[in-house]
Design a binder for this molecule. Structure first.
Ligand code: PLP
Length: 395
């Protein structure tokens, strides 16, 4: 018997995962090179060479009892110190090891944060489209998810509606930039306006509203676009970072939280978050890979490879007549479905072995997401298939 709370999760088991199964089925029938699977955000670029070297060096050089042992629930002090210094250099911040908690990826960082700050019934605001797992994470702590409808012209957050939906019960807001699924980067102007609204509402209600910045795609930004560092604009910001995409390490499950000193209740929040890391069952982030990211703090993934894919797919789809905002970051394109029911469009794509994720999986029907973290050949080979698909709607 499973719990009542788990039943809806089982019933709605992620559409993205089902797509993955469908990809395997089609690959078995047609061969891998004939299937254009844009469904999963699994990096196609391998981890930088220094990751491999760091693993080898660490295993050879470090005391195994320390390297593979338990440590403080927040993670190795030296690793947190190294990352804090790197952030300070890049963003002009003044974090120390005390402000960082190593987590089991961004997913765990979000769960740790929500467990730390959320009381049952309190509200967490998200901007559609959004990573649907946020809903599950908020439910884990009996919070209430409040959605803001999308602005489909820019996919920047709809701030007017946002302001109207903040209540005395609002505990947190989650933002994600560069953004999954649209690839949009929130501009500095947007961040300043959003911060001003939060300041005003905190004042009005006499509450603390935390801004959670979910940043697995921070390093994937194109055309020299700036990705603002949010703690500099709003003091009650908690940053959740991940190496899943930035160093192509999604299976290793490693990331961190930044909880600045300026945050209201900072010391208490930091202590509680370390304990949340422990009692949620992670205890601490995996030890070897913590040390690896500490040694690879200045390493970067091959952003040019994703950029090449971005240009080829965006230009190719536009030439076929599809409508799509040009992404400035992450590795996703959010394409307008030529028919209102985007699930029907996804089904039509399968006839040409094209796999896309319906926008309703991101609370934004009428659109589809294409993850272009695939090989360049897959992109080029998929374009004739997209052309045939487009022709179905031009008849
Ligand atoms: N947040 C967003 C917006 C994501 O797209 C993902 C993964 O795709 C995550 C969080 C979870 O990332 P992680 O692998 O670091 O847990």
């Amino acid at each position: 018997m499973i719990s009542e709370k788990m039943k809806p999760f089982v019933a709605n088991n992620s559409a993205i995962r089902m797509m993955f199964e469908e990809g395997n089925r089609l690959r078995a029938i047609y061969g891998a090179d004939k299937v254009f699977d844009f469904s999963l955000g699994n990096p196609s670029v391998p981890a930088p060479e220094c990751v491999k070297q760091a693993i080898i060096d660490l295993v050879n050089e470090e005391n195994p009892v320390v390297l593979h042992g338990y440590m403080s629930n927040a993670g190795f002090e030296d690793v947190r110190e190294t990352i804090a210094r790197s952030l300070n250099q890049r963003f002009g911040t003044s974090f120390g090891a005390r402000n960082l908690i190593m987590t089991v990826g961004a997913a765990s960082g979000l769960n740790v944060t929500l467990k730390t700050i959320l009381n049952p019934g309190e509200e967490v605001i998200v901007f559609a489209p959004y990573f649907l797992e946020y809903g599950a994470y908020v439910k884990n702590y009996d919070g209430r998810l409040v959605e803001i409808t999308p602005d489909t012209t820019t996919f920047q957050p709809n701030l007017k509606e946002f302001e109207g939906k903040i209540t005395a019960n609002t505990r947190a807001v989650i933002v994600n930039s560069p953004h999954n699924p649209t690839g949009v980067v929130y501009s500095e102007d947007t961040i300043k306006k959003l911060s001003a609204i939060l300041e005003k509402k905190q004042e009005e209600f006499g509450t603390v509203i935390y801004l959670i910045s979910d940043e697995p795609y921070r390093e994937l930004a194109y055309d020299g676009v700036e990705v603002p560092y949010l703690t500099k604009y709003y003091k009650n910001t908690i940053v959740g970072y991940s190496y899943s995409k930035s160093l192509s390490l999604p299976g290793e499950r490693i990331g961190y939280l930044v909880i600045p000193d300026e945050l209201d209740g900072s010391a208490e929040v930091i202590t509680a978050a370390s304990i949340a890391n422990r009692i949620l069952g992670s205890v601490n982030a995996p030890s070897l890979i913590q040390k690896v990211v500490g040694r690879c703090v200045d390493a970067r993934t091959d952003v040019e490879a994703y950029d090449r894919n971005r240009q080829a797919l965006y230009n190719g789809l536009r030439e076929c007549g599809f409508e799509c905002i040009k992404p400035q970051g992450a590795f996703y394109l959010f394409v307008k479905s030529p028919v209102p029911d985007e699930k029907e469009f996804c089904e039509a794509g399968k006839k040409y072995n094209i796999l896309m994720v319906p926008g309703s999986s991101f609370a934004c029907p009428g659109y589809v997401r294409l993850a272009y973290c695939v090989s360049y050949e897959t992109i080029i080979n998929s374009l004739p298939a997209f052309r045939k698909l487009a022709e179905e709607y031009q008849k």
